[in-house]
Design a protein around this ligand. Structure first.
Ligand code: GLU
Length: 494
């Protein structure tokens, strides 16, 4: 096995199976692959492992592509931008796998097995019942011809091909992250299925070799498979790549992140929920990996790449803590320029089908409101409810009950005075609005600022808590402000 070294341009790959929405773990692994490829001046490859035809889901490959691109982790080579090592979908490489399976049979390293699924199930059940230490395939077919085997029970006409794992199989290997690893003895693994498709084990070895992969990085669930892969490399006369097993991502309760139980296991969820790709990337960089800077966890991908080192990966299951992601997302939102923030909000609305996306007036309001809501946003999804009052027609503005409940007994007086001030202002900008209201309500009526401005806020926004009041009033404009103050005033005297 080769050790990863910085002097050789690496070829890394991520090899997801297109079985539904991409898993967040695919992005996590791709992140480390891309970092290593960039650091060494190499290339990052996407290979689609679609040999399990029953589980392949239409459209999944497209999502893998678009999600990786969204995160800035687009492959340098893959099915949609092939390099010289294609095809990049395993279903298009079947003759290759068969050729190597046959070579292994000829060399005596693999054999046909005609055992029916029923026989294998019975064998497993018997082994479990007898509590024998002897588990795995019993080599019933080893050394038999088809005709000889056909005379025995549990025969199936379409054979699989199995590896003949020798007694002295090496059960130790060096992992680029974990160092020396010891695994249990493997079974006579099926490498070619009855339908002519390879299993993962044969395909991964053939493909990693033929695609010139120098570092195979994958999830820790594959550790026990590695001795089988190393046997295949040895038999085929190939040098294995460096092999690294990343820790599995875990929920805060330490359970494994699964798409069935945790919405955040789906990469699409982060786009839907309004996270910025750069924040998610930064978050993933910090999972099982130390921050680049001693004093902050906010770091760019380039900084991560510059000091990337496999040895720094921590193997204890990293905790997927969304509170941390929320914090990071807020930090990234606050770094965006006003224009960029408005653009991200509108793009998010386009993706999620928010009606405002197609309305030029709403887009203009977003541009004006971006600076006043930035501090309050955790995700882009927060923007729509936060500025809804700016987009609602005056007559349709609803009033929250808890907002109405805060109105003091003299609210009518406050609203009258506010109307008068706003109607008379020459300059309808936030600071002039604030100065005018302060003079009339705080100085004129002798109210405390909180009491003075509360009814104005409720009238203009319908809510108890809102983005900054005077800036909101400026965006609404004089006519809307007067209409809204008048509407609440009328409601109070009704
Ligand atoms: N298709 C495998 C998976 O999704 C790939 C494992 C590997 O990268 O070797 O886990």
């Amino acid at each position: 096995m080769t050790e990863p070294t910085q002097t050789v341009p690496a070829r890394t790959r991520v090899a997801p199976s297109p079985t539904g929405d991409p898993h967040v773990g695919t992005a996590y692994q791709a992140l480390f692959d891309v970092a290593w490829a960039r650091k060494t001046g190499g290339r990052f490859v996407l290979r689609i492992e679609d040999t399990d035809r029953a589980r392949t889901v239409e459209g999944s490959e497209q999502l893998i592509y678009s999600d990786l691109a969204w995160l800035g982790l687009a492959p340098d080579e893959g099915p949609q931008n092939p390099g010289e090592c294609g095809p990049y979908r395993q279903s298009e490489r079947l003759p290759l796998y068969r050729q190597y399976a046959e070579q292994l049979i000829e060399q005596g390293h693999a054999y046909y097995c005609w055992c029916s699924p029923e026989r294998l199930a019975q064998l497993r059940a018997d082994q479990a019942a007898s509590k024998t230490s002897q588990t795995g395939y019993d080599r019933c077919c080893l050394g038999l011809t088809r005709d000889e085997r056909a005379k025995l029970p549990g025969f199936s006409p379409d054979p699989v091909v199995r590896m003949l794992v020798p007694d002295d199989v090496d059960l130790e290997f060096t992992d680029a992250i974990r160092g020396q690893v010891h695994t249990p003895r493997p079974d006579d693994q099926v490498i070619l299925k009855a339908d002519g498709f390879p299993t993962y084990h044969l395909a991964v070895v053939v493909d990693d070799h033929l695609m010139g992969i120098t570092a195979a990085v994958r999830g820790e669930e594959w550790i026990s498979s590695t001795p089988k892969h190393l046997l295949l490399y040895k038999w085929l006369g190939w040098t294995p790549p460096a092999i690294a097993h990343m820790p599995l991502l875990r929920n805060t309760d330490k359970s494994k992140i699964s798409k069935r139980k945790n919405p955040a296991a789906r990469l699409e969820w982060f786009r839907e929920a309004g996270y910025l790709p750069e924040a998610l990337l930064n978050f993933l960089e910090l999972l099982a990996y130390p921050p680049v800077h001693p004093d902050t966890e906010v770091q760019s991908f380039d900084e991560f790449v510059a000091c990337f080192d496999w040895a720094k990966v921590n193997t204890t299951g990293p905790i997927f803590d969304l509170a941390k992601l929320n914090w990071l997302n807020g930090a990234y939102l606050r770094q965006l320029s006003d224009d960029e923030l408005a653009h991200r909000i509108v793009t998010y609305w386009e993706q999620t089908g928010e009606p405002g996306a197609a309305d030029p007036r709403a887009r203009a309001v977003v541009a004006q409101a971006a600076p006043i809501i930035r501090e309050r946003l955790t995700t882009l999804a927060d923007a729509a409810p936060m500025i809804g009052f700016l987009l609602t027609p005056d007559a349709a503005l609803g009033m929250d009950d808890d907002a109405l409940a805060t109105l003091p007994p003299n609210a009518d007086q406050v609203l009258d005075a506010a109307q008068e001030v706003l109607a008379g202002l020459d300059d309808f900008r936030a600071d002039a609005i604030q100065a005018g209201l302060r003079t009339a309500l705080v100085d004129g009526l002798g109210l405390k600022p909180k009491v003075a401005f509360g009814p104005v806020r409720v009238a203009l926004t319908g809510r108890r808590v809102s983005p900054p009041l005077f800036e909101s009033a400026e965006i609404l404009g004089r006519a809307s402000c007067l209409a809204r103050l008048g509407a609440l005033r009328a409601r109070l005297s009704a």
